[in-house]
Design a protein around this ligand. Structure first.
Ligand SMILES: O=P(O)(O)OC[C@H]1O[C@H](OP(=O)(O)OP(=O)(O)O)[C@H](O)[C@@H]1O
Ligand SMILES: Nc1nc2[nH]cnc2c(=O)[nH]1
Ligand SMILES: [Mg+2]
Length: 158
């Protein structure tokens, strides 16, 4: 269970997903343009939209994978995949934590480029491109999972 929380605002997510797009742009300039973007739904949908916009990719598909219920990880459940081995596609997810989702993704689409905005150390080796690393005991709190509310000072929680 994560000990700290790393809250991400809409603005920060936009900035970080754009930083990911810059890195993917650099890569595609060396290896050729990507065919399209595969978002790992649901968490990858927003970053994938931003990447698709910046790379001017109009072909967008989804891999639908679920494994967490609240903050507890269960079995990796693949609800929908795409055809082929992933050649030419860039797969975008919001984050890698244990890497279980990424491993399932790689098994389904072994030739795709796998990118995330955030990465924790355990999952980091499973990702080709990411932007920001956070510690393993940190829970990344996304804007779609949160709303503004009053909190006590850090000192009172120790
Ligand atoms: O590296 P892992 O330990 O596998 O964790 C990472 C995955 O967990 C979250 O998805 P989740 O299963 O919560 O579904 P969601 O995207 O619909 O929120 C997140 O969006 C990643 O896809
Ligand atoms: N929102 C969120 N989902 C996750 N799924 C696995 N790890 C995380 C995390 O740190 N934050
Ligand atoms: Mg997910």
């Amino acid at each position: 269970m994560a000990g700290r929380t790393f809250p991400v605002s809409w603005w920060e997510l936009h900035r970080d997903a754009k930083a990911l797009a810059w890195r993917l742009m650099d890569k595609s300039e060396k290896t050729g343009p990507f065919k399209g973007v595969v978002a790992v739904a649901r968490g990858g949908l927003v970053p994938a939209t931003i990447v698709a916009r910046e790379l001017e990719l109009r072909l967008v598909d989804t891999l639908c994978i679920a494994s967490y219920s609240d903050r507890e990880q269960g079995q990796v459940n693949v609800l929908k995949s795409i055809e082929g081995d992933g050649t030419g596609w860039v797969i975008v997810d919001d984050l890698v934590d244990t890497g279980a989702t990424a491993r399932a993704v790689r098994e389904l689409l072994p030739k795709a480029h796998f990118a995330t905005v955030y990465a924790k150390p355990e999952g980091r080796p499973t990702v080709d491109t990411f932007v920001t690393e956070v510690s393993q005991d940190t829970w990344i709190l996304f804007p779609w999972d949160s709303e503004m509310q009053e909190v006590p000072p850090i000192a009172r929680g120790r």
